[in-house]
Design a protein around this ligand. Structure first.
Ligand code: SF4
Ligand code: SF4
Length: 223
């Protein structure tokens, strides 16, 4: 899932400066799961904005809604685009994908701002804590690395073994995190696949990652 975090309220208030009719839009997708931009957070942020405006003696009217998925134009068209016309500004609590889809689809005169910072693709480590797991490199290495991603879990994204700086299983870049390559080797050993460690991964084709510019995926049956 995509993990995000609410922006500082001061930043959010600066985006809204001078705008009275605010459409605050959450998303029932990933940002609901990580408690950054779901229905509950829409309610809380609306209260914070109203309070901040009241303190300054400034009026505002906030319309609140939470879409099924902001990253899908179908839900924007069904649930939001008409309503958007009655507003000066849209504050989106979706990830950066949702914010951009909204900005692409609404009428050109309406400003669109993000209320959250999109952080990474990750999984739940423990209650209330997520860890990065995948950088969407476009050429998955997991079959050879015991299901542990060297691109993401090694701080230097090394593909053919550790850098040599690891101490007690911790990464030299940050001793608070495990060495990704130590984890990979331990996992290969535990699954009887240590011979994978001898195999050399060819230099990655990074054009399949974000380094190759914005990517597209078309379903095979629709090509
Ligand atoms: S190797 Fe690439 S696709 Fe696979 S988990 Fe890592 S970043 Fe994601
Ligand atoms: S210590 Fe381990 S995780 Fe950190 S950069 Fe070196 S090989 Fe990668």
């Amino acid at each position: 899932m995509i993990v995000a975090d609410l922006k500082p309220i001061e930043d959010i208030m600066s985006y809204l400066e001078g705008h009275k009719r605010i459409l605050l839009v959450g998303c029932h997708g990933c940002v609901t799961v990580c408690s950054a931009g779901g229905q509950k957070e829409v309610e809380l942020l609306a209260d914070m904005i109203e309070l901040a405006r009241r303190v300054k003696g400034q009026e505002c009217s906030i319309t609140k809604m939470t879409l099924e998925r902001q990253c899908d134009p179908e839900f924007l068209e069904e649930e939001m685009l008409e309503k958007a016309k009655e507003h000066d500004v849209i504050l989106s609590m979706a990830c950066g994908v949702g914010v951009q889809l909204v900005a692409e689809k609404v009428e050109s005169g309406i400003k669109v701002f993000p209320a959250v910072d999109t952080l990474f693709m990750g999984g739940v480590d423990q209650k209330g804590q997520w860890g990065e797991r995948c950088q969407g490199c476009g050429d998955c290495k997991l079959p050879l690395t015991g299901g542990i991603c060297p691109v993401t879990r090694c701080s230097k994204s090394l593909l053919n073994g550790p850098c040599g700086g690891s101490r007690d299983g911790k990464c030299e870049v940050n001793p608070d995190i495990p060495c990704g390559w130590q984890m990979i080797i331990d996992r290969l050993e535990a699954t009887g696949c240590l011979d994978n460690y001898e195999k050399i991964l060819e230099p990655a084709d990074w054009s399949k990652s974000f380094h190759g510019g914005p990517r597209k995926y078309i379903r095979p049956d629709m090509r």
